[in-house]
Design a protein. Structure first.
Length: 211
């Protein structure tokens, strides 16, 4: 189509008007009457629900570990809290944003940390049935359970790397959280938890029922 604007225009004013029409923007004042920020309510509700689920699950895990393993369970809970601080601290250091997939990765990390401690404690129980020396049974429990724990975490780490390389944004957030959680879990279990439990074992090396 075509159009025509009539008027008493100079060459310069006609050129400027033609340029404005072609660019699609006419000069008009912009006055800010009201300014507000609208948050993603649905997404925020999902994140809040995920945080609540994490807290409830964490509380149940703490109760179970203390009930099942007494002092060892208490030490495992301390280690679990330290593990979460490490994980969140590292994610914060790299500027990661807390998302729903990220919360899922944290929950999975908690589960893997508890699973590692349960494997170790159950192995120590088995060693105590055959070995009367508490210190030897304690060391054997950690050594003999290490292979299964390392294999499980390495397998999960490989899966997390594949998800990061082939996934989209939310999936990458989950995989990063999971990968970092694997390293913090292994460090917490084999350095912090072992150190604290070894102090307890040495102090109670003659105790009939260690765990």
């Amino acid at each position: 189509g075509s159009g025509q604007i009539s008027g008493n225009f100079t060459f310069q004013s006609a050129t400027d008007l033609a340029l404005l029409l072609r660019s699609g923007a006419l000069p008009a004042p912009l006055n800010i009457i009201e300014e507000r920020t609208v948050g993603p309510d649905l997404g925020q509700d999902s994140i809040n629900a995920g945080i609540i689920s994490l807290c409830i699950g964490f509380a149940l895990v703490i109760i179970f570990m203390i009930y099942k393993y007494k002092v060892f369970g208490f030490i495992a809970n301390i280690t679990l809290i330290v593990n979460l601080f490490f994980l969140i601290g590292i994610l914060t250091l790299f500027g990661a944003t807390l998302t729903l997939p990220g919360i899922a990765g944290i929950i999975l990390t908690v589960g893997m940390a508890v699973d590692a401690n349960v494997l170790i404690f159950e192995r120590i129980k088995e060693e105590l049935r055959e070995e009367k020396n508490n210190i030897i049974a304690f060391d054997s429990g950690y050594v003999k359970s290490k292979t299964a724990i390392i294999d499980a975490n390495v397998t999960t780490l490989i899966a997390a790397i594949i998800l990061f390389l082939m996934g989209s944004g939310p999936v990458k957030g989950f995989s990063v959280t999971l990968a970092v959680g694997i390293f913090t879990t292994l460090f917490s279990v084999y350095f912090i938890a072992r150190l604290l439990t070894s102090f307890y074992v040495v102090k109670n090396k003659e105790k009939p029922k260690l765990i």
